[in-house]
Design a protein around this ligand. Structure first.
Ligand SMILES: Nc1nc2c(ncn2[C@@H]2O[C@H](COP(=O)(O)OP(=O)(O)O)[C@@H](O)[C@H]2O)c(=O)[nH]1
Ligand SMILES: [Mg+2]
Length: 297
């Protein structure tokens, strides 16, 4: 691998977006350097059905015009292979917040406890990942808080062939399989605030991700938490994106009627029962299960 940044043309150098600030972002280059870059607003697509909250997102590959020793200007965003996004919270209209782009995996993190295991949140990310055709995995952290060894609230997902990793940052041996899975990949860590994403990333890769999620003033309507994702790259080429404090995850472009189609096994069962498209997958499953058990009696 060359140590010099890759030039795309005489003028532009390819890099990967790391963090987004209001009018600038950090970009990583092949040689391991990072530059603070501004972007031209003209790279927004004004005709798109959904407007993007920011013209670039962590993981985006960009063409940068190098300025001086530390800065640059993003002149071009290369086409995305894929991305994971949500409705921008606290904003009206069709505003899209792309959490991360060009991913190999979506890591959905939940805690076993503190905060409670959250199947509704996992379901929504599973749907978003499947819709974007990115491999989802489920990580259940804080397993040290489990007292009943037989309790496996994630078992349902395993039944659906979704890879699940029960872990605890208190015992590094539990995170080895996860580290192995993530090696060489670009993945985004998604989950409620407090489930242990940042602690896990620190244990997995020995890198500290700065605490973000600052409080900002929302225009007119009081305060809300801004969500800033950060991409980090390790020397072996593994990349991950930490997403602090996702409280809301509104699906975009998913018609409630098509929802159940993301779960082929439920789709099949649903043909025999009432439609439950409006419910989270876990609840649909419990209802169908109850219906089937009732039928058997
Ligand atoms: N009991 C227990 N606590 C943990 C574990 N991992 C992280 N924590 C704690 O959970 C809290 C939130 O962790 P943090 O990494 O900031 O979560 P994030 O908001 O998802 O990034 C911190 O107080 C951590 O010390 C774990 O495996 N077990
Ligand atoms: Mg965090």
């Amino acid at each position: 691998m060359s140590n010099a940044p890759t030039p795309v043309s005489d003028e532009l150098t390819i890099g990967v977006v790391s963090e987004i600030y209001p009018n600038q972002c950090n970009v990583f280059f092949d040689d391991g350097t990072k530059r603070l870059c501004s972007y031209r607003r003209t790279i927004f697509d004004k005709n798109a059905e959904w407007r993007e909250r920011s013209p670039v997102s962590p993981g985006d590959k960009v063409g940068v015009k190098i300025l001086g020793s530390k800065d640059g200007v993003i002149e071009k965003v290369l086409p995305r292979v894929n991305s994971i996004h949500r409705r921008a919270p606290g904003r009206e209209g069709q505003l899209l917040h792309t959490l991360a782009a060009n991913l190999d995996a979506v890591v959905i993190v939940s805690a076993y406890k503190e905060p409670d295991f959250s199947p509704g949140f996992i379901d929504r990310f599973l749907i978003a990942a499947q819709k974007a055709e990115i491999k989802p995995i489920v990580v259940i952290n804080k397993m040290d808080l489990r007292t009943d060894e037989t309790d496996r609230p994630w078992a349902l997902y395993e039944e659906f062939n979704i890879l699940c990793f029960p872990v605890t940052t208190k015992d590094v041996s539990t995170i080895e399989p996860l580290r192995e899975f993530l090696k060489g990949k670009t993945s985004v860590f998604c989950g409620h605030s407090g489930v242990g994403k940042t602690s896990l990333l620190h244990e997995l890769f020995g890198v500290s991700v700065g605490k973000v999620g600052a409080i900002s003033k929302a225009t007119g309507k009081g305060k809300h938490t801004t969500t800033v994702s950060t991409l980090v790259q390790t020397p072996d080429g593994t990349r991950f994106i930490d997403t602090p404090g996702i409280k809301e995850f509104g699906l975009v472009d998913v018609d409630p009627k098509e929802l159940i189609q993301y779960y082929p096994e439920l789709w099949e069962l649903q043909q025999k029962h009432e439609p439950y498209e409006h419910l989270p997958r876990y609840e649909i499953y419990m209802k169908i299960k109850a219906a089937l058990e009732g039928e058997g009696r």
